[in-house]
Design a protein around this ligand. Structure first.
Ligand code: NDP
Ligand code: GDP
Length: 349
């Protein structure tokens, strides 16, 4: 019989890639989605797997819907990816982020404990746990120093996962994933914001790119490779926690320069720093040492920084060209017209 996997947050970047990966492994795939006024299935449609997955409505603030999702799907494995995942938004909605990104983990773990403690569980932990920690690069033993409501909520989820592993001997793992990007990344994240705007500038659809902290450095990897590590963690004999990264750090400025290079333009002519995109507190440097994952999971990243930027810019360019030629396809960019004014308190420091 096929194994069954339940993905919370299947409509997100990682949820969509993981669903595709698990389908290719022969899994029966279930995923939770939120009931929204406008459906948000574009990533599943873009990967051409929308009709191959089973969708269950559930919200992380609603315990009953989580219990229902687990009972309906009766999974072998749960990949808990659903979260309010954007650091910037967590400064605007600190309480909601705690309720969803933090307490949501407890709701899923508690449902597993009560319904079927044999279910294996993957928790989407994050490099943001390290925040402005002193170690460079960081590994599984480095100290945590969260620097946002998002990372504080994720730290709570990280510890809950360890507590349920030790207290109830559940098979649960923390994947401490560093930033991973792709053409399916949300447009509010800096990489996709850059690739999308650069594509529009190249086609004369946009005039400038407004960014915040250009000096911030991240360890950016390629999302389709990272979802494989989630599965690998649940295939081991013992549950454990793993850093997943590329062990390279590059700045937002470098990403921007490289992205403009791809379309043959000089970034300095188009980029403006806008205070609205600065954060009350930022993490200035993140670089991950993935030696443990390499040794124990046999996992290693292949797509590095230059290639990642190229993939993202070329795909956004291709989409805007197809759109200019009148083609219709599942896509998020049209829902983010650049003229819209988003006014926030936290970001206007
Ligand atoms: P996305 O923001 O793309 O996806 C988040 C998913 O969570 C979406 O499916 C979203 O649904 C769902 N969701 C949000 N709020 C709720 C809620 N209240 N109830 C149920 N579902 C909800 O994130 P990614 O795919 O990039 O990331 C996956 C996970 O990995 C997240 O937990 C993230 O914090 C974590 N992570 C991501 C990293 C990265 O670089 N991408 C790095 C490290 C960790 P909807 O589509 O309806 O909004
Ligand atoms: P994060 O690492 O999860 O916070 O991912 P983001 O892509 O949101 O941000 C990565 C870094 O880019 C952070 O240090 C941001 O402050 C910085 N940054 C600079 N300009 C921008 C911007 O316009 N938007 C976003 N989202 N981040 C920006």
């Amino acid at each position: 019989m096929n194994k069954k996997g339940l993905i919370t947050g299947i409509t997100g970047q990682d949820g969509a890639y993981l669903a595709k990966f698990l389908l290719e492994k022969g899994y029966e795939v279930y995923g939770t989605y939120r009931r929204l006024s406008t459906p948000n299935f574009w990533r599943l449609q873009y990967l051409d797997i929308f009709d191959k997955v089973n969708l269950i409505p559930a919200d992380l603030v609603d315990d009953a819907s989580i219990v229902e999702a687990i009972k309906i799907s009766n999974p072998d494995d749960i990949y808990h990816l659903a979260a309010q995942s954007f650091v910037g938004a967590s400064f605007e909605q600190p309480v909601g982020t705690g309720m969803v990104t933090g307490l949501g983990v407890t709701r899923v773990l508690e449902a597993i404990r009560q319904i079927n403690p044999k279910i294996k569980f993957y928790q989407a932990s994050t490099s943001e746990l390290y925040g402005n920690s002193s170690d460079k690069p960081v590994n599984e033993n480095s100290p945590f120093k969260p620097a946002s409501p998002y990372s504080a909520a994720k730290l709570y989820g990280y510890w809950l996962t360890q507590i349920y592993r030790e207290g109830y001997t559940l098979f649960v793992c923390n994947g401490i994933l560093f930033n991973h990007e792709s053409p399916l990344r949300g447009l509010e994240f800096v990489t996709r914001k850059i690739s999308n705007t650069v594509a529009k500038i190249a086609l004369d659809l946009e005039k400038e790119l407004k960014l915040g902290n250009l000096e911030s450095k991240r360890d950016w990897g390629y999302a389709p490779e990272y979802v494989e590590s989630m599965w690998l963690m649940l295939q081991q004999k013992e549950p454990d926690d793993y850093v997943i990264a590329t062990n390279e750090a590059h700045s937002v400025r470098e990403f921007t320069e490289k992205a403009f290079d791809v379309v043959g333009l000089d970034w300095q002519e188009y980029v403006k720093v806008d205070k609205r995109f600065l954060r009350p507190l930022d993490v200035n440097f993140l670089q991950g040492d993935y030696s443990k994952a390499k040794k124990k999971l046999g996992w290693e990243p292949e797509i590095k920084f230059d290639k990642l930027v190229e993939i993202m810019v070329k795909e956004d360019l291709d989409r805007w060209e197809r759109w200019q030629n009148g083609e219709h396809f599942p896509w998020d960019a049209l829902n983010y017209p650049s003229e819209v004014k988003i006014v926030t308190r936290a970001l206007s420091v």
